[in-house]
Ligand binder design. Structure first.
Ligand code: FES
Ligand SMILES: [Fe+2]
Length: 382
């Protein structure tokens, strides 16, 4: 019998208190969110000089900008005078090449965060050099911007991505253009959204449309290798067993059509698998489908809230085609994320249980087990 991707015994899930207790959340912010590489956005989200975006990881507000040399920089969005926020919008463009605090107008150089001037008198012992903005580590990998709030940390595919499909190296993500973005606040702990992403036991009843498109999901599994006899089943012509999309479908969209815009370099892989995923805990997963890429970012607002956002990337020629209907794919993605958000909120509502029980993991939930093990390891490091 062929081995399957399954848990061979019944493991306990995390204590329910971990999904709402303030202390636990603070530990996770300290040991994962403040130390791991966190996805910010595609570099085309700040295309022009002096354009910026801000993101929140818990209450930490971070400013990511393109300076006058077009280099991307990241700082804590905190003035060195008395701590005011400097850029108060989620995105925008600075009017001049000087960052000015809205409170008492201290000014900073966007290229290195150094303090340029104050509006007050200064004593002899005042040293501007001690009042720069706090820099944050930044890495642009394949056109994707990542930051790290911790001390000097290297960036490697092996370390950053828990799941990495090597076929992704056949395309250059930096060449793709953003066609649409979407954002939503979801009332659930960040781990609940990840657990939902990591299994398909919920697929037939929560995602009827998606389960029609990806027939494998009707069997409540994420991979053809999730059952023991997969080698035999794979030979069946039916995508419910062999994987991939339903007969005639080319991409994740309402009608399954890629409208003549297949991502050619990955055509073969996508035809076999239906989709290609990479993911990095705790903040992002990326899916490549027939004609587009969808990047989903998860950021914690509090122990019971996340900001969920998505970017749809396309090849330039696809976006330029006036006949191409982008909503065919993006609205489909939103439908699936909305269904996952609703059920994640329902999951969150139920975790308040004074017995502080632990849940139970079933054989198909092996990715959730990996996620829990990863988190436990992170929490042990300090
Ligand atoms: S807090 Fe920014 S100038 Fe005073
Ligand atoms: Fe789902």
């Amino acid at each position: 019998m062929t081995k399957a991707n399954n848990l061979k015994k019944t493991y306990r899930s995390l204590p329910l208190g971990w999904y709402y207790e303030e202390n636990q959340f603070k530990k996770e912010i300290k040991n994962t969110w403040s130390r791991d590489w966190i996805y910010v956005g595609h570099e085309n989200s700040i295309k022009e000089k002096l354009e910026y975006i801000t993101i929140n990881i818990f209450k930490y507000n971070i400013l990511i900008l393109r300076d006058k040399f077009s280099k991307v920089r990241a700082y804590f969005n905190t003035c060195s005078h008395r701590g005011s926020i400097i850029a108060d919008n989620s995105k925008g463009k600075f009017k001049s090449n000087v960052l000015i605090c809205p409170y008492h107008q201290w000014s900073y150089d966007p290229s290195d965060g150094s303090l340029l001037g104050t509006t007050s008198k200064t004593n002899k012992d005042f040293n501007k050099k001690n009042c720069s903005l706090t820099k944050i580590q930044l890495k642009i990998w394949n056109g994707l911007i990542f930051i790290n709030l911790g001390v000097k940390t290297s960036f490697s595919i092996k370390k950053v991505f828990q799941y990495y499909d090597k076929s992704l190296s056949k395309i250059d993500l930096s060449k793709f253009k953003i066609g649409r973005t979407w954002k939503k606040k979801v009332n659930c702990n960040w781990k609940i959204y990840w657990e939902n992403f990591s299994e398909c036991l919920h697929c037939p009843n929560i995602h009827p449309e998606l389960s029609k498109l990806v027939p494998l999901y009707q069997r409540r599994i994420v991979d053809i290798k999730d059952v023991e006899n997969w080698k035999i089943l794979k030979k069946k012509k039916d995508p419910k067993f062999s994987g991939g999309l339903r007969e005639g479908a080319e991409t994740w969209s309402f009608n399954g059509s890629a409208q003549g815009h297949y991502i050619e370099n990955l055509k073969k892989e996508i035809q076999t698998k239906g989709q290609i995923y990479i993911s990095t805990w705790p903040s992002m997963f990326l899916g490549v489908y027939g004609d587009h890429i969808r990047i989903v970012r998860i950021l914690p607002i509090s122990n019971e809230e996340i900001e969920l956002s998505a970017e749809w990337l396309f090849e330039e020629k696809t976006l330029k085609d006036p006949k191409y209907d982008m909503n065919n794919v993006s609205d489909f993605g939103i439908l699936v994320m909305q269904q996952d958000s609703d059920i994640s909120e329902l999951n969150q509502k139920g975790v308040y249980n004074l017995s502080n029980k632990k849940g139970t993991l079933m054989p198909e939930e092996y990715i959730i087990k990996d996620f829990h093990d990863w988190l436990r390891r992170k929490l042990r490091t300090n």
